[in-house]
Design a binder for this molecule. Structure first.
Ligand code: KG4
Ligand code: ZN
Length: 339
């Protein structure tokens, strides 16, 4: 029997809905929120309102694009957390309402687990292009930077974590200092292509084990710019590609270092990356190179499944459905929700 999941993601500033049938994506729509760009970060109150405005048309279009009727939906999966509470409430409430109205099961999804399980979304003709278990996943997003041993779809062990900022935050906060709009990660990625990664040197943290730290780099970057701007007020505009490229190079090398260490400590050579920062072209290139050198089996998700999207919620919902793992109607969202 076929399983069709309607999935809803509303944890931060993207309202997304997707329809997944037996592991394949029939539709995956995302409504972003331009309103935060000029604020230099997501404004929670504005995000909740925009979700409220977007959720009905996004879900409606996802169902139409999938070419299914409401009666074909087997279950509704939604992001329970982690994320902004007001944003999560919009998706959660909608999911509950529809589940009750159609008398179908409700499935809560952990957003971090979903970023990782995005690797298991099936594509016609490429069904064998999914990681073998266990695999080692570097999860890099706006709120998280973790190294995870993925034992199976439900059992995941976090073996490394950031002790302060996430990698995405490092991109976004340093970008803000350079006057770039939010989110700065993709902008820095683009500008880096024209810059020299060795033009400037920024500090790399010395952190024991498999943990990460990015707050020192942020401070170092801020003070470096402050000093240079005193000498030359045009320093940023005259050196923007080099600044971006050097910053990106530093962030990537911090990530790569720990990933290499984690692979050697665990003995796992099936490697995956997930989360918004895994869209970064510099990180992808460096990893491809490293994978060839180290004979890793590398899995990099398609761009559309790296940043926040409902398809990843749908694939997680699909596996939970097969496992009969459903939620009650009393469920409420969680701002903090560990793997
Ligand atoms: O996974 P995601 O969409 O949301 C969270 O769950 O946090 O990740 C968003 C983060 C932002 O910090 C954004 O700047 C970063 O991913 N990001 C990138 C790129 N695309 C998105 N960072 C570097 N290079 C990119 N191409
Ligand atoms: Zn995310």
């Amino acid at each position: 029997m076929s399983v069709t999941i309607l999935a809803i993601e509303s944890s931060c500033d993207d309202t997304s809905a997707a329809v997944i049938k037996d592991g394949y994506v029939l539709s995956n729509l995302i409504a972003g929120q331009e309103i935060h760009r000029s604020y230099g970060g997501v404004v929670p109150e504005l995000a909740s309102r925009a979700h409220q405005a977007n959720i009905v048309p996004v879900i409606d279009q996802a169902i139409k694009k999938a070419g299914i009727g409401l009666d074909e939906i087997s279950a509704i999966a939604f992001t329970r957390g982690p994320g902004l509470l007001g944003s999560l409430l919009v998706g959660t409430s909608f999911a509950k309402g529809l589940a009750i109205a159609k008398d179908i099961p409700l499935i809560e999804v952990n957003h971090l687990q979903a970023h990782i399980l995005a690797h298991f979304i099936l594509e016609k003709g490429k069904e064998d292009k999914i990681p073998a278990l266990p695999f080692l996943c570097l999860l890099v997003s706006g709120g998280h930077t973790q190294l995870i041993v993925v034992k199976n779809h439900f059992e995941m062990e976090v073996i490394g974590n950031t002790i302060d900022d996430a990698a995405g935050e490092a991109f976004d906060k340093c970008g803000k200092v350079m006057g770039l709009p939010y989110p700065a990660g993709p902008v820095i990625d683009k500008l880096s292509a024209e810059g020299n990664p060795d033009a400037f040197r920024f500090s790399k943290p010395v952190i024991k084990g498999l943990d990460f730290s990015f707050s020192g780099l942020k401070t170092n970057f801020l003070y470096f710019l402050r000093d240079r701007l005193k000498e030359n007020p045009q320093f940023i505009s005259e050196n923007l590609p080099d600044l971006c490229s050097s910053l990106q190079h530093t962030i990537i090398s911090i990530l790569l270092n720990k990933l290499i260490k984690a692979s050697s400590l665990t003995g796992i050579r099936t490697i995956g990356i997930a989360g918004g920062v895994s869209a970064n072209s510099g990180l992808r290139n460096v990893l491809k190179h490293e994978a060839e050198k180290k004979k890793w089996q590398l899995f990099v998700p398609p761009f559309g499944y790296t940043t926040d999207n409902a398809a990843m919620i749908g694939i997680t919902g699909y596996y939970k459905y097969l496992n009969n793992d459903f939620s009650g109607h009393e469920i409420s969202p969680l701002a903090r929700f560990d793997l």
